[in-house]
Unconditional design. Structure first.
Length: 756
């Protein structure tokens, strides 16, 4: 029977597993809510899709954090076609669900296609695909969807890179496409790590080219020692026909070229991102994470040794970056394969490298960061886990093929049984097993290999063992709520009858990071009831601040400094910032508490300025916002009438005019200033490179006021102004992206012509 046709059932089997795994989402009216899925990605993506539906490119988000870049944030994945397509044709909830489910299947299918290409049998490929796709790390990546989306491209990148390594036609096109899509999916640091892994693996394989070809394990249990590690590649060889060094390693140039093309495609958001990083809190990223330690490593044996998210005493960690668990049978296969030297088609040494790097307690990554360019971007050692589980699944598939299908399976069964028993005992010592029945049945199915004869029945036993070890624990971490959680707006929002910004006090913002409740459902219901940060964006409201790890420094400073000086200044700041509703306990004059808004106190600010107004005086700005707010307190200044300006020539007194917004949108503001005299227009909208202003049809520069916001000087007789967001970084990046798209069309056409 043809080998390709024999394995055609594999993707269908994997699709069936995905449909069963997500049955509650597909047919049970449920959706993904855990961790950042509901608190960040759903509301932000819904906001962006709404702007696209209006015919605008979401370059800027005026509704969040006094205005902030949208497209420049990698996690918005604005250059990723699946997001655009799904949100164009489906409701926001259905599009959100589809992104998770389709990318989970994409990861499984990609791994299947890759290992089949390596020559693995259909049963071994299916087993490896299951190990990769249902490792708890990948399953829990749905809690941070961009992580799942990015990880799902890892096997496709390796498959395409293998085409390049073998010198096959179309390899460059396939790799540049796969890498570009992985980069666009929203988690750049994982793309960087994938690139390192691809380079390391194929260098390993390049060194191994001069060694003996892979062969099955011999009956006596000794593998092909020459290929287990490419010792011969370090020795002088005769070579064939004068093969040059260039011909042997020219694939590295093709690999680099494909990577550069992938980066060029993503410059449409990449250049705006580089522009944003210098103005943001990006360099503080390392503060938000802790490196994985020895106790985290214990999840190799017992996934819930630190608790389970559905238990009342659970306080972490987030499993998508802190679990090593791939099932005891997979560990048994790895140990068996190492003992028997079964790894002839995998760069087995890299597994050990990824394991060491994932353990931040060893500080190896920090040391290498001083040597390898860009490695200091990996601020959390858990980012290596996606490659770790990929290598585990890959090597376990090769080991399983030797154990079950090779002649060494008979003599190696005693070793297999002993390893499985030792691992099971170690798991019990680490912590009590939370799911004893599937755990025991998994071990029993694994032990059955000791007694069973015939490859087919042994494959069934091994597959059952792996399935029971992973599927049920993974299902328990597929944490869902009814889709009404998104579709029905929070009742609190109905009490906010007027437009205007909602402001979350710093204590409430800190509290919102850690949800609290009697159980998981109660905690998330409370988060919705209390309208935690980002929720207003999902329902057409403005808010400041937002829950995001990437924020502009100068506007974020207002969040934490605004209410710290005195009651008088705090009340004045609320007026200046245009805050209509204040969330969080506050003892300030001019606030009216709104009843029936949940556990969090919500106040209506009785007096609130417009986003653009005219001031009477411009004062010289100090070195910091904190310093100038103290001046406001000491001198009795009013921020709705006085401002601090960065440009010294703009200091002085001005005529006061009535300012009206005549037009506004996601990236444009129209103003009319009625009155006479030289006026200084001040806003509570973020100043940022790329904002252009036209006054009576003539270009004019904007002013930086109050350390964070936009200002504009109008001379006597000038009454209208039009502000638009036209960043040069976007326009240059868009040109490069379109150029890459044209290159792909050309390469595809040439490939199609040659194949015809």
């Amino acid at each position: 029977m043809n080998r390709t046709r024999e394995g055609n059932w594999g993707p269908w089997a994997l699709l069936g597993l995905v449909l069963v795994f997500y049955g509650r989402v597909l047919w049970g009216h449920q959706t993904f809510v855990f961790v950042d899925a509901s608190r960040f990605f759903y509301p932000l993506w819904k906001w962006g899709s709404g702007v696209l539906a209006q015919g605008f490119i979401p370059l800027w988000n005026p509704d969040a954090q006094f205005g902030t870049p949208y497209l420049a944030d990698p996690q918005m994945a604005c250059a990723y076609p699946p997001i655009f397509l799904l949100y164009s044709f489906l409701s926001p909830v259905n599009a959100f669900n589809a992104l998770v489910i389709l990318h989970h299947f994409w990861a499984l299918w990609g791994f299947w296609a890759f290992v089949r290409r390596q020559g693995f049998s259909a049963p071994a490929s299916l087993l490896g695909s299951f190990l990769f796709g249902f490792s708890l790390h990948l399953v829990c990546s749905s809690w941070t969807p961009v992580a799942l989306m990015t990880i799902s491209w890892i096997p496709w990148v390796f498959l395409s890179a293998d085409k390049v390594f073998r010198g096959e036609r179309g390899g460059f096109l396939a790799l540049s496409l796969a890498w570009a899509m992985q980069f666009a999916a929203g988690y750049p640091v994982l793309v960087y790590l994938t690139a390192l892994a691809v380079g390391a693996h194929f260098v390993w394989m390049g060194l191994a080219q001069g060694t003996k070809t892979p062969s099955p394990l011999r009956e006596e249990g000794k593998g092909d020692r020459d290929h287990f590690f490419p010792w011969h590649s370090f020795l002088p060889g005769k070579g064939k026909g004068g093969t040059s060094l260039y011909k042997k390693w020219n694939w590295t140039l093709v690999l680099a070229g494909a990577g550069l093309l992938a980066v060029a495609y993503n410059l449409v958001w990449g250049l705006p991102f580089l522009e944003m990083t210098g103005l943001s809190n990006y360099e503080n990223g390392a503060i938000r994470y802790h490196d994985l330690g020895w106790w985290d490593l214990a999840t190799l044996l017992n996934p819930f040794d630190q608790g389970h998210p559905l238990l009342s005493n659970y306080h972490g960690p987030h499993y998508w970056v802190s679990t090593f668990f791939v099932g005891l049978p997979a560990l048994g296969l790895l140990a068996w394969g190492f003992w028997r030297r079964a790894f002839a088609r995998t760069s087995w040494g890299l597994l050990l490298v990824f394991l060491v790097l994932s353990l931040g307690v060893l500080k190896v990554g920090h040391l290498l960061g001083k040597i390898i360019p860009g490695l200091n971007m990996v601020v959390h050692s858990g980012f290596w886990l996606s490659l770790f589980v990929f290598w585990v699944a890959w090597m376990a598939a090769e080991s399983a093929e030797a154990l079950v299908g090779g002649p060494a399976s008979r003599s190696g069964r005693h070793l297999w049984a002993g390893l499985l028993a030792a691992l099971g005992l170690a798991a019990l010592v680490i912590a009590p097993v939370l799911m004893p029945v599937p755990w025991a049945l998994s071990l029993a199915a694994g032990f059955a290999l000791f007694f069973l004869k015939g490859p087919r029945v042994r494959w069934w036993a091994l597959g059952t063992s792996v399935f029971l070890a992973l599927f049920i624990p993974a299902q328990s971490l597929n944490i869902l709520l009814d889709r009404d959680y998104y579709e029905e707006p929070p009742k609190t929002l109905s009490a906010l009858t007027e437009p205007g910004r909602a402001f979350f006090t710093p204590p409430l913002l800190a509290r919102s990071i850690h949800l609290q409740g009697a159980d998981m459902k109660d905690a998330y219901d409370g988060a919705k009831r209390n309208v935690y940060p980002n929720w207003p964006l999902a329902y057409g409201r403005e808010e400041a601040p937002i829950y995001n790890t990437l924020q502009l420094r100068h506007s974020a400073d207002w969040t934490f400094q605004a209410l710290r000086v005195s009651k008088k200044v705090s009340r004045n700041v609320l007026d200046y910032l245009g805050i209509r509703y204040l969330f969080g306990k506050a003892d300030l004059p001019g606030l009216k508490k709104i009843e029936g808004t949940g556990d969090v106190a919500v106040y209506r600010v009785e007096k609130s300025s417009r986003k653009w107004f005219s001031v009477r005086k411009a004062l010289p700005a100090g070195d910091s916002l904190e310093e100038d707010l103290k001046k406001v307190d000491e001198r009795g200044l009013d921020l709705t009438q006085d401002c601090f300006v960065a440009d010294k020539p703009r200091e002085g007194n001005y005529a006061v005019r009535e300012v009206v917004r005549t037009a506004w949108g996601p990236d444009a503001v129209g103003l009319e200033a009625k009155g006479k005299g030289r006026a200084f227009l001040v806003s509570s909208e973020t100043a940022y490179p790329g904002w252009k202003v036209s006054v009576n049809g003539k270009e004019r520069s904007l002013e930086l006021v109050d350390h964070a916001f936009r200002g504009l000087v109008l001379e006597d007789g000038e009454t209208t102004a039009q502000l638009t967001f036209k960043p040069n970084s976007f326009r240059v990046g868009l040109f490069m992206t379109l150029l890459v798209l044209g290159s792909w069309i050309f390469l595809f056409g040439r490939k199609w012509f040659h194949e015809r």
